[in-house]
Design a protein around this ligand. Structure first.
Ligand code: UDX
Length: 436
């Protein structure tokens, strides 16, 4: 099938590439010329495992092209995916200006029947909005349909998630339109759920909101565990064995960041309010999440009441492992708190340092975790990259000024670290530091 993808961010680029990989002709459009130029040289705008290889292969085989020419891309396609970003302001209101602009241009470019698909995460009712805008700009205004087909891919495993989705949701005005879109996915083995457009739009938000609720729930339990001296990891294991609860997304720590959860939860609260429902539960989820950094920093302060001149090795900068994405990364907040109190901060991240350099100053960027920890008063682990689990901690201990670890993601075993001679502090596992 001939498809056109508007927007080459995470969702757009991965979607276009994966559809090309499945044998379709995919044309990806972006307004940013520099991005398109780079993509045409197989240079990726983001770090995403497996993506570069797939883009290179599908370009070479002629199924994947990149352009700034939206009009001809739309005219040559039967299915058009809108994958532009939808930033959320602090009050949760989604900025749909990019979606509106895309709909307008699609309307102006239409040359026959098309299925227009909202893949961006957009508030309920956006399908109607896109329909209205396209109609205003297209004379033959009934010759198209608008569908919601939300994307659930995670950064760091986006290609794999897109090739192996756990479900495909199609919110369409009629079954016939839904089936046409399903043909695109026919080679994937995944349950397909057909709904009306509004329900599909809500499914995406409800999924992210539910997962965020799990994270805040386990973080609240972690707080209780610290108070009573229990171990939140054991509690998570104990409750996660119940298949109705499940083990995923019960990792306590610094809470959720990234480009999706914080903005999507705010947006769902805002949209609910708009329709007359006060979503208190999700407000609490956000509050618990926002307290995580202050709580963790409190732990550091209990051990080091005066941070001035103390050296901290911050390991991990991206909002989660396997990505260089720094959006809503907890590292930024923690580093700000440390440097505000005149601590010396040395940082290392396996992938995100170039991105972090644009956002963080007053720190020393180190070439390795070992270099960052050398002569440090404490290690502060923020992102659970696999390589941090495999560090030679004996070597690190011997190079530190004081062997103290603050583990914001519970990646190490407390008793082992203590046996090694570390003062080890983590989240929701009883012991809080006493000031030295
Ligand atoms: C998320 C959704 O998972 C994905 O389906 C949707 O399409 C986009 O948003 P992503 O933001 O890439 O994906 O990351 P995810 O792996 O879900 O993690 C989100 C945040 O939650 C990260 O900051 C992560 O560190 C945190 N998290 C996750 C926890 O704190 N604990 C957990 O148990 C799981």
């Amino acid at each position: 099938m001939n498809i056109c993808i508007i927007g080459t961010g995470y969702v757009g680029l991965v979607t276009g590439t994966v559809f090309a990989e499945l044998g379709n002709d995919a044309v990806c459009v972006d307004k940013v010329e520099e991005k398109i130029e780079k993509l045409n040289k197989n240079e990726m705008p983001i770090y995403e495992p497996g993506l570069e290889e797939l883009v290179t292969r599908n370009r070479k085989e002629g199924r994947l092209t990149f352009t700034t020419d939206l009009k001809s891309a739309v005219q040559g396609a039967e299915i058009i995916f809108i994958c532009v970003n939808t930033p959320t302001s602090d009050n949760g209101d989604s900025n749909l200006s990019y979606v509106k602009a895309a709909a307008e241009e699609i309307g102006q470019s239409m040359n026959g029947y098309k299925i227009i698909v909202n893949k961006s995460t957009v508030p309920v009712g956006t399908g109607d909005m896109v329909y209205d805008i396209v109609s205003q700009h297209y004379n033959n205004s009934h010759d198209f349909d608008v569908v919601s087909n939300p994307e659930f891919l995670r950064e760091g495993s986006a290609v794999d998630d897109a090739l192996n989705p756990d479900r495909i949701i199609i919110g369409a005005p009629t079954k016939q339109v839904a089936f046409r879109l399903l043909e695109l996915y026919s080679s994937l083995e995944a349950p397909m759920i057909i709904t009306d457009v509004y329900s599909a739009e809500i499914i995406k938000y409800a999924s992210n909101a539910f997962l965020s609720t799990k994270i805040s729930f386990i973080n609240a339990i972690a707080n209780l565990c610290e108070k009573v001296g229990a171990d939140v990891e054991d509690v998570a294991k104990g409750i996660g064995r119940d298949p109705r609860i499940g083990q995923a997304f019960l990792n306590p720590g610094l809470g959720f960041g990234g480009s999706c959860f914080p903005k999507d939860i705010k947006s769902l609260v805002y949209t609910s309010q708009k329709f007359g429902y006060d979503f208190e539960l999700l407000k609490n989820v956000l509050e618990i999440n926002e307290e995580r950094v202050a709580h963790f920093f409190g732990m550091i302060k209990s051990r080091f009441p005066n941070l001035e001149g103390k050296t901290f090795a911050v390991l991990g900068l991206s909002f989660k492992p396997n990505t260089d994405d720094m959006r809503e990364a907890k590292s930024i907040e923690i580093i700000k708190k440390l440097t505000a109190e005149k601590a010396v901060v040395r940082v290392f991240d396996p992938v995100a340092m170039p991105a972090a350099k644009k956002l963080i100053d007053s720190v020393t960027f180190c070439a390795s975790a070992y270099e960052a920890c050398s002569s440090a008063d404490a290690m502060v682990l923020i992102t659970e990259w696999r390589e941090f689990k495999q560090l030679n901690l004996e070597k690190i201990k011997n190079s530190m000024k004081t062997a103290v670890i603050f583990d914001g993601r519970n990646i190490y075993d407390p008793s082992r670290k203590e046996k090694m001679g570390f003062e080890y502090y983590s989240v929701g596992r009883g012991k809080w530091p006493k000031s030295s």
